[in-house]
Design a protein around this ligand. Structure first.
Ligand SMILES: Cc1cc2nc3c(=O)[nH]c(=O)nc-3n(C[C@H](O)[C@H](O)[C@H](O)COP(=O)(O)OP(=O)(O)OC[C@H]3O[C@@H](n4cnc5c(N)ncnc54)[C@H](O)[C@@H]3O)c2cc1C
Length: 468
């Protein structure tokens, strides 16, 4: 493994666009809005507020996009972390449709921002295939119907079409999300920061907000070397807000997953023919895509605490070999860890939590569209008095369980892996049995028709299970 530091998103750093170092704040400043956090949520909010003509200062403890926003898997998807059925059950069908439309607006925002400004190095590539490893075509068809009802642009891909582009006998049908795409997330964050500055926002790096006095009409945000006074504060610090707002941070469960990028693979274009993003579980594992033309990016191995990178890397490489043995030996070029902040209900936290204090947080593992949506909703709410953010009111701030919550999340993830493996094995067993039955029937039919071609002639259907 050439890149052993799990704190650095090596591939993204190796391919990042040039961006300036921003100064620390070392003086006092008066602005209309102070944004805490220069991840995607904070940067979107800052840009949108500045575009509306208000003065904005962004305080970033570290560097623009260093956290989840610049080290994630890069899938820009519609929807939320919570499944559509859970959302409908909680808020009802009409309300769920409105929420889904907002999630699509977030996706559109990212797409438009990249296209309208020709953002360099972001490389949006269309499509997301969510592949099933069980033969549940009926369930998928019904899910697609429900998703279409809610407003999603989705279609079912039968297993033959899936296996044509992803030659993996473990794969069955898939849901294809046509509006989804994948990007280089660090370059998007850096591009967004430049656009926010172009709109008039000022970004200060290496500047943690250490105190917040939100009592007065003018809020006071303390940093080590300067004070910001602002009419409004936007808290976009994800779970890193801990020291500043411990009770708010306690509503998020920090969950780490790993992302790996391989060395170039000679036969990758044949081995993985789909160019969009792929996920083959509902869990944190096996989200992958091709990057740099001939490398595979693969993510998974959720951990609620830190783990040895060498061991994680070997596990991810084994996942690739199990799914695509034809790719041969997998050499790891980069491996890094990223931590996201997940709410208990898996929906974002967006809105005004007390007079003049706004929150854009809790985007979980579904944050590329929802952080854009959240940032824009906060800007619209704050400047235009638009009340759309209230659609998230049913999702309150709920304590995430502290350390106990982390242990439970890890236990649920580990518990689901063996169950899924058994389900996947059964699906393939059922498929083999079905194929054998069909072959027996075909042979019987042939025996009755002596002039028919033999079963191994080129005109017969390929046996998709032959590689097993
Ligand atoms: C490994 C991984 C893979 C993922 N894959 C995907 C994916 O494929 N698709 C998807 O949609 N989502 C994905 N996500 C989730 C997505 O990356 C996040 O939901 C999103 O980036 C969150 O953005 P954010 O701006 O809220 O937070 P962050 O990116 O965490 O940014 C918060 C910022 O606030 C700063 N900050 C915090 N407190 C303070 C303070 N007191 N003072 C100053 N600054 C402060 C931090 O330094 C940080 O820079 C993934 C996440 C991870 C970790």
């Amino acid at each position: 493994m050439s890149d052993t530091d799990p704190t650095v998103p090596g591939w993204y750093e190796a391919t990042r666009v040039a961006s300036p170092d921003r100064p620390r704040l070392n003086f006092d400043l008066d602005v209309d809005v102070c944004v805490v956090g220069a991840g995607l949520a904070g940067l979107t909010a800052a840009r949108e507020i500045a575009l509306r003509g208000w003065s904005v200062a962004v305080l970033e403890a570290d560097r623009v996009g260093w956290a989840a926003s610049g080290r994630n898997t890069g899938f820009v998807l519609p929807g939320f972390g919570a499944g559509i059925d859970d959302i409908v059950e909680r808020v009802g069908l009409d309300h769920a449709k409105q929420l889904w439309a907002l999630s699509e607006q977030g996706l559109d925002y990212v797409q438009r921002t990249i296209a309208d400004n020709a953002l360099a190095g972001v490389d949006p590539t269309p499509g997301w295939l969510h592949v099933s490893k069980t033969d549940n075509a009926g369930e998928l068809a019904s899910l697609v119907e429900r998703l279409r009802w809610i407003g999603a642009d989705v279609e079912t891909w039968p297993k033959e079409r899936v296996r044509e582009v992803l030659p993996n006998p473990r794969y069955f049908d898939a849901v294809h999300y046509r509006s989804a795409f994948h990007i280089h997330p660090l370059n998007y964050a850096l591009g967004l920061a430049a656009l926010a500055e172009r709109a008039g926002a000022r970004i200060f790096e290496g500047t943690p907000a250490v105190t917040l006095d939100a009592a007065g009409v003018r809020k006071r945000i303390g940093t080590p070397n300067g004070m910001v006074r602002a009419g409004h504060v936007v808290l976009a610090g994800n779970f890193h807000l801990g020291a500043l707002m411990p009770r708010l941070a306690a509503t998020l469960l920090p969950v780490s997953t790993y992302v790996m990028v391989t060395e170039p693979i000679a036969g990758l274009a044949d081995g993985v023919r789909y160019r969009g993003a792929v996920s083959d579980t509902n869990r944190a594992d096996n989200h992958y895509r091709i990057v740099g033309g001939d490398r595979l990016q693969w993510s998974g191995r959720m951990r609620a605490w830190q783990a040895a990178p060498g061991w994680i890397g070997r596990g991810l490489a084994a996942d690739i070999r199990r799914n695509f043995p034809a790719l041969g030996k997998i050499e790891i070029a980069h491996l890094w860890r990223g931590t996201l902040g997940r709410t208990i209900h898996r929906m974002p936290q967006v809105g005004e939590i007390e007079r003049g204090v706004w929150l854009a947080s809790g985007f979980g593992g579904h944050g590329l569209n929802t952080s854009a949506m959240g940032g824009e909703l906060v800007a619209r709410g704050l400047v235009d008095n638009d009340q759309s953010w209230r659609l998230f009111a049913p999702y309150e701030l709920v304590w995430a369980g502290g350390r106990l919550g982390s242990v439970l999340a890890q236990g649920i993830y580990w518990g689901s892996r063996p169950i899924e493996r058994v389900e996947h094995g059964l699906a393939r067993y059922r498929e083999r049995a079905r194929n054998r039955r069909q072959q027996r029937l075909a042979l019987k039919a042939l025996a009755k028709q002596p002039s028919a071609p033999p079963p191994d002639s080129p005109s017969s259907e390929p046996d998709h299970t032959a590689a097993e």
